[in-house]
Each structure stands twice: as C-alpha cells, then as structure tokens.
Design a protein around this ligand. Structure first.
Ligand code: CA
Ligand code: CA
Length: 322
C-alpha cells in the first residue's frame, strides 16, 4: 500500500493529456451508444490452446533490435538490445487461468486485502477499504483534464469483481484477468513455473520479428479506442470495453493482443523507482487524442501495488527451442 497516496499523481501522469477534443465532445458518451457496431469477431478458445512442449506458450527466437520509440520522451533514446530465445504465453492470462491458481493456492490478491491505514494515514475514506481503480466512461467531461472524471477508486473492486462489487467475471472466463498488482502476478508465475517478462523480451515479442522502424499508426488488429477519449468510443474494432483474449489477428510469432486489450506488467523498474514497474502494449483505452501507446516501444510506469481495470499480464519461460 506504500504508494497508494500517490494514486492521483500517478494517474495524472498517466492520463494528463486529454485535450480540448474531449471537451468539445462533452456529450459524446451518449452518442457513442448510437454508433454503428462492428461485426462480431471470432475469438480464440483458450481451452484449445494446449499443444506443444509448453502448452499455451510459443517460442520467440532471439535477436537484436533497436529498442524504444520516438513518440513520447520516456520511450527514448533508441538503443540496441539483444534478446535470447524464450517462450511466452500466447495470450494474456485469463480469468479462468487466474482462478485455477487461486483455487490451487488460496492466494488473496493485493486489492482484496485490508489497507494498512496506520502506515498510510490520511487516505480518503473510500481508499481505506480494499479495492481497485476502475475506468468508468463519463457522459460529460468539463475540459479540466481531471482524471477523476473517468477513473474511480471503487471499494470492493478486484479481479473477481473488476467493475466493482456489483460486477462479476461469470461468463468471462476467457477475458484477461485485471486488477492484479505486481506481487499477485509474480505469485501466479511462480506457481506456474514461469516468470514475468523483462521489458526487452516483451517488446521484442510484441514486434513480431520486425526490425524496421516502428509504425506509429493506431493498429487495426488490436482492441484500442476509436473516437475521442474518454467520452466517444465509436467501437470500430468491435469492443467498447475489454475483449476476450485472441479476438484479433496474432502477430508473426502467433501472439495475441500484445498491443491493446490490457496493458501488461514487465519486470522493468521505471525511472529508477522500485515502487514502479514498466507496463507495455497499451489497452482498450488508448486513443489517438491522448495515449498513442498502442505500440511495442511504448511504455508506462505503474505503482506495483495499484490494481487497475486496464492492466493484466502474461508470463515467459526460459527453455530450449522446440
Ligand atoms: Ca475497442
Ligand atoms: Ca495486451
């Protein structure tokens, strides 16, 4: 809970640049509901994903590449990195997979545990209760850029109830697990016999073998946000919110949703601060008007103990090539 008081600062950095477009579209949330819906997509069945020496994982051959990108300052400078071959989960860890871990171990996630109000005095009343930060699409925004208009700390929100205590993951077994803190995902990986990817592994895998200059366009084959964040989501990619894993074309390695859907944890320490780790890939909330982080080279710092509704993970394995 150490950095929980820094919540607003963190989120302000994370979402500071919502511009005048959002204000102009102040009633857009209602309009979004009237927009034409995309055709339903065929999604991967994670239960069918159990072949090969490491079921559910694919092998990514090693290589050398220019890591980073040039859109936001934190992505640079570009620097050459070599990565050894490794295995990585084909898709984001799902609710069903995380539930199997919890069932086997009795693990209780950070967002479900009591908040240490002695160590961190002065927290607002709601934040003294276990919970998570949840994106709630507003119908109106006032143009101030105040992220509290769309991010809410909701007591009782956690991986079982990702939108708050009245919500559930029932019927969402193939959706990515969210509201998991860093120690939660480390515990999962340890149980699974895998590990959390480092940033270079993750970025190399997300590039799908491309060594050329990174593309900065919003990808079509990824669950991101089309329209004006946070009030107008035109749903062109088929999902206003989270999607089940594997609904978009995989990259050249056969990896799904490296870009978009949920952000993914890596081991990378962010800007030398051990209370923050690097997250990668952007999420369903990334839109051209404020967060062009739907790219392999994009990165973001995240408080290790902060559970949020747009952040999940996948794991890697150091094992011989097939
Ligand atoms: Ca979407
Ligand atoms: Ca992802």
């Amino acid at each position: 809970m150490r950095s929980r008081p820094l919540l607003l600062i963190t989120l302000a950095v994370l979402f500071a640049a919502v511009g005048v477009f959002a204000w102009l579209w102040h009633s857009g949330g209602e309009e979004a509901a009237r927009m034409a819906k995309a055709e339903p997509r065929q999604c991967l069945d994670p239960a069918s994903d159990h072949t090969g020496p490491h079921p559910g994982m694919v092998y990514v051959p090693g290589g050398t590449f220019e890591m980073g990108d040039t859109v936001y300052p934190e992505e640079g400078p570009l620097h050459q990195v070599s990565v050894k071959g490794f295995w990585i989960d084909r898709h984001e860890v799902t609710n069903d997979e995380f539930a199997a871990f919890v069932k086997a171990t009795g693990y209780v996630t950070v967002a479900e545990r009591p908040v240490d109000t002695v160590a961190y005095p002065g927290l607002p009343a709601d934040m003294q209760k276990p919970g998570a930060v949840v994106f709630v699409m507003p119908n109106n925004v006032d143009g101030s850029g105040n992220i509290a208009q769309w991010w809410q700390y909701i007591p009782g929100a956690n991986w079982r109830h990702p939108g708050g205590p009245e919500t559930s993951i029932e019927g969402h077994g193939s959706f990515p697990v969210v509201a998991v803190a860093y120690e939660d995902i480390e515990a999962y990986a340890k149980w699974k016999g895998t590990s959390v990817p480092d940033e270079a592994q993750w970025e190399w895998a997300a590039r799908g073998g491309k060594k050329s200059k990174p593309d900065h366009e919003q990808p079509k084959e990824a669950n991101t946000w089309q329209g004006i964040f946070p009030v107008l989501n035109s749903d062109e990619d088929g999902f206003v919110g989270l999607a089940p894993v594997g609904c978009y074309k995989p990259n050249a390695y056969g990896l799904y949703d490296m870009i978009g859907n949920v952000w993914e944890w890596t081991t990378g320490i962010y800007e030398g601060d051990p209370t923050r780790r690097v997250i990668k890939g952007g999420s369903y909330l990334c839109a051209p008007n404020y967060c062009k982080r739907y790219r392999a080279g994009a990165r973001q710092g995240q408080e290790v103990d902060l559970a949020t509704s747009h952040l999940g993970f996948r794991t890697v394995l150091d094992a011989p090539a097939p």
